[in-house]
Write a protein that binds this ligand. Structure first.
Ligand SMILES: *[C@@H]1O[C@H](CO)[C@@H](O)[C@H](O)[C@H]1NC(C)=O
Ligand SMILES: *[C@@H]1O[C@H](CO)[C@@H](O)[C@H](O)[C@H]1NC(C)=O
Ligand SMILES: *[C@@H]1O[C@H](CO)[C@@H](O)[C@H](O)[C@H]1NC(C)=O
Ligand SMILES: *[C@@H]1O[C@H](CO)[C@@H](O)[C@H](O)[C@H]1NC(C)=O
Ligand SMILES: *[C@@H]1O[C@H](CO)[C@@H](O)[C@H](O)[C@H]1NC(C)=O
Ligand SMILES: *[C@@H]1O[C@H](CO)[C@@H](O)[C@H](O)[C@H]1NC(C)=O
Length: 481
């Protein structure tokens, strides 16, 4: 106890900042009134365990407008509500993206917004996906009116490589002010060509006129197989910084490759089973605020959850240089990695040496308990420090290998880390604040995010007695240093 106190006091002195405390977490409960009802719970792939349904949140470059996107409780139509970035109260009337089936990313502009959703193509579209399977699409609204709508899959996008649909909208939309380019990284399934019937991912760039632009060494029609986790952050120029979790055993920094080949940077070895790798970036509805860049710096921070890795064996399917691992633990812990620029990991890559016992010796762990950690996210405060957050289940039951767990919700945690990846103080705990949408760094240095004020039950699959309530209020929480 004594030693621990001295060490944390010392780390405070060394970092020059005081640690976060509960007083730094402020909440604005039910502050935002929605025009339409919203169901905040989404069943996860394979397990059906509850995930927060993502509500993308974004603030404009001039800091004067903010938007939140949410799926109507009928599960069709995505609504985009403008809010005041100071009071967080709704302003204006909401815009409805008719037919949208999930909100997958939101960019706020000074004059409006762009939102990534998936929706079925109009009936009669030649070479549309079968069975009205939805396709990723970006909508741009300027001063309240639709200015363009751009499909990122379907018949006219990378037709020579095979055509893509997006039954689930897992991914993210970002925008580079410097190069005036949108980037979207999202999960696809192909319905023609070599990858027909298979799941993978796609990276598409769109210019401010709403045209898909094919950028050599950046655009990708097919990258990581059965990707269940995406992290994406805009940079000055394409390729934007990107990370994928694939179904063969690794998490890759794939800014250079856009794929899962081992000329990318192997961040982590993960046990993979049935196309999953432990929902490292949140699984269904999770691929946001996992990668951020420190201000005025080329340095990035990435957060994920992992069961660790032991027993490195050759991945005979992928061949020489690729590996499989077993998981070290039952529950998942939180890890972070730093990059000195969008191509370069700080420290060692995850091992690819067959026969090694430890497959995770490079990992910088943020937690080390036997609780199961999930829903990890990160955002920077400034050039020096970042906020890492996650949820815990105590005494978890993990019925399915490489998936999520169930059990008693033990709280959300908020840990400050510095730009060297060192923890500053202890994590702040909350049992009634969750992270359910993008963590945005506000002009005043606070980090704010949306959530729904509700009981959070992680003990059983959705539909087995868990809440199916819908809500017409959104809450915002902020952390300040
Ligand atoms: C954050 O908490 C520290 C104490 O740990 C306090 O000194 C500081 O004023 C708080 N900052 C804000 C913005 O509440
Ligand atoms: C938006 O559309 C409405 C009618 O649909 C029109 O009256 C208005 O001028 C448009 N606004 C802009 C900024 O184009
Ligand atoms: C966007 O790309 C299209 C097609 O290449 C081009 O015609 C258009 O001028 C571009 N718009 C901008 C703003 O660069
Ligand atoms: C994943 O770990 C399980 C043990 O939890 C093991 O049986 C399985 O073979 C591992 N998967 C791979 C691809 O090695
Ligand atoms: C980033 O650099 C600009 C210009 O030098 C400065 O005004 C700004 O305060 C810096 N921001 C941070 C968070 O350090
Ligand atoms: C590996 O993870 C699974 C759940 O994914 C769990 O059942 C198993 O006990 C774990 N193995 C070890 C060694 O903890």
């Amino acid at each position: 106890m004594h030693v621990k106190f001295i060490i944390s006091a010392l780390s405070v002195l060394l970092s020059g900042t005081t640690a976060l405390s509960e007083s730094n977490l402020t909440t604005h409960v039910d502050v935002l009134t929605l025009d339409h009802a919203f169901n905040p719970v989404k069943a996860a792939y394979w397990t059906g365990y509850p995930h927060h349904r993502r509500t993308p949140f974004a603030v404009s470059p001039n800091g004067k407008s903010a938007y939140i996107a949410y799926l109507d409780s009928t599960e069709t139509d995505v609504h985009v509500q403008q809010l005041d970035p100071t009071t967080f109260k709704a302003t204006g009337t909401s815009v409805t993206i008719t037919g949208g089936q999930e909100a997958g990313g939101l960019v706020a502009h000074n004059d409006g917004f762009a939102v990534l959703v998936n929706e079925a193509m109009p009936s009669g579209t030649t070479n549309a996906p079968p069975d009205n399977t939805p396709v990723a699409v970006i909508y741009r609204y300027t001063n309240g009116n639709e200015t363009w709508k751009t499909w990122l899959g379907g018949p006219n996008v990378h037709a020579a490589d095979g055509l893509s649909a997006s039954p689930d909208m897992n991914g993210d939309l970002v925008y580079s002010l410097k190069s005036e380019t949108y980037g979207a990284y999202f999960v696809v399934t192909d319905y023609s060509g070599d990858a027909s019937g298979h799941y993978g991912d796609s990276i598409q760039y769109v210019n401010t006129s709403g045209d898909v632009v094919d950028i050599d060494g950046a655009s990708s029609s097919w990258g990581c197989s059965h990707n269940t986790g995406i992290a994406f952050k805009e940079t000055v120029k394409a390729p934007f910084a990107s990370i994928c979790a694939e179904d063969q055993g690794a998490i890759w920094l794939n800014t250079k490759t856009q794929g899962m080949t081992n000329d990318g940077v192997k961040i982590s070895n993960e046990n993979t089973t049935n196309g999953a790798s432990g929902e490292p970036m949140g699984g269904m509805s999770g691929s946001y605020s996992a990668l951020d860049r420190f201000y005025n710096s080329t340095r990035f921070i990435f957060a994920w959850v992992s069961r660790g890795a032991i027993d490195v064996t050759e991945n005979t399917w992928m061949g020489d240089g690729y590996t499989n691992v077993k998981n070290r633990t039952n529950g998942r812990n939180v890890a972070i990695a730093l990059f000195s620029d969008k191509y370069t990991l700080v420290g060692d890559q995850a091992t690819s040496t067959v026969g090694e016992e430890d497959g995770d010796s490079q990992v910088n762990w943020i937690t080390d308990g036997s609780n199961d950690c999930s829903n990890a996210h990160v955002a920077v405060f400034d050039g020096e420090s970042a906020l890492v957050t996650w949820e815990e289940i105590s005494d978890p039951t993990c019925d399915f290998i490489a998936m999520g767990c169930r059990g008693e919700f033990a709280g959300s945690f908020f840990q400050e880390v510095n730009s060297k990846g060192v923890k500053v103080g202890e994590a702040v705990k909350s049992t009634d604040v969750y992270v359910a949408g993008d963590m945005v760094t506000m002009g005043d240095g606070r980090i704010c995010w949306p959530y729904v004020s509700m009981e959070w039950d992680l003990s059983q699959a959705v539909g087995y007695g868990s809440s199916t309530d819908t809500y017409k209020k959104m809450s915002i929480a902020c952390m300040a240093v």
